[in-house]
Ligand binder design. Structure first.
Ligand code: G5P
Ligand code: MG
Length: 219
């Protein structure tokens, strides 16, 4: 009997478009393992590793990207221990150079693109609460935690991300337009881009679910 191949997916979209929220749904329904570049970088910042100290100001204050070589090495290193695992990359690649670095090692089956208008996004980020160790996200109105200020699974404290200030969010959105949108064209050219447009995650998710039901059945 032939072994089923490994399914490799990427989720892309502007800051606050719902990548983390949709990734949690995908993980739950399809069992893909999520790897979030932002969560990894924040863990390094919190642990004050050399890498964390290098990128802290750039990420938290300037809303700029970590250097391509640094983040590509970090993610490719993590992926090495996930060789036999179906995975979903959240937040990587974010530049064409990163996409090429990934392509040199793994071919991506699908890129899910969350196409959410920028004006919808800003308010979401300034009212987001995050459980830093797991990356679980909440929103005061959209999906509040059961107990205000505490993570549902661990009861640990939720925090607001240092880069969720209005100034840094504005900068992150600009960086997305200039440096990350070209990655969409890159994957479109490879025929793997699937775009889902809308303003509400709960309306977008059933379409993504139906799409993945078909896609994953084919692997
Ligand atoms: P991250 O961590 O990748 P971003 O900026 O790409 O950060 P972010 O902010 O994590 O993306 P998201 O995951 O797309 O957003 O969105 P989310 O957290 O699921 O949802 C946002 C909020 O909206 C939540 O509160 C959620 O509950 C709520 N929400 C969801 N859906 C709805 C809805 O329908 N309605 C409402 N009302 N609310 C909703 O990267 C951070 C930084 O790390 C560096 C960069 O500096 C980056 O800025 N970095 C990299 N640098 C270089 N290369 C890379 N590959 C890098 N990756 C990260
Ligand atoms: Mg996220």
């Amino acid at each position: 009997m032939a072994l089923r191949s490994i399914y490799r997916a990427v989720i892309m979209g502007p800051p606050g478009s719902g990548k983390g929220t949709v990734s949690a749904h995908i993980t739950k329904r399809f069992g893909l393992k999520q790897l979030s570049s932002g969560d990894l970088l924040r863990a390094n910042i919190k642990a004050k590793t050399e890498l964390g100290l290098l990128v802290k100001y750039r990420i938290e204050q300037e809303g700029q990207l970590a250097p391509d070589d640094v983040i590509s090495q970090l993610i490719l290193h993590e992926l090495r221990s996930m060789e036999r695992t179906d995975w979903l990359l959240d937040g990587f690649p974010r530049t064409v150079s990163q996409a090429e670095a990934l392509d040199n090692v793994y071919s991506v089956d699908t890129v899910i693109h969350l196409d959410v208008p920028l004006q919808t996004i800003k308010e979401r980020l300034t009212s987001r609460w995050t459980h830093l160790p797991s990356g679980r996200v909440y929103n005061v109105e959209f999906n509040p935690p059961r107990v205000a200020g505490l993570d549902d699974d661990t009861d640990e404290a939720l925090v607001q991300r240092a880069d969720d200030t209005p100034e840094t969010v504005t900068q992150r959105l600009k960086v997305y337009e200039t440096q990350t949108e070209p990655v969409l064209a890159y994957y479109r050219g490879k025929g793997v881009l699937a775009t889902f447009s809308g303003t509400e995650t709960n309306k977008i998710w059933p379409h993504i679910q139906a799409f993945l039901d078909k896609e994953i059945a084919l692997v």
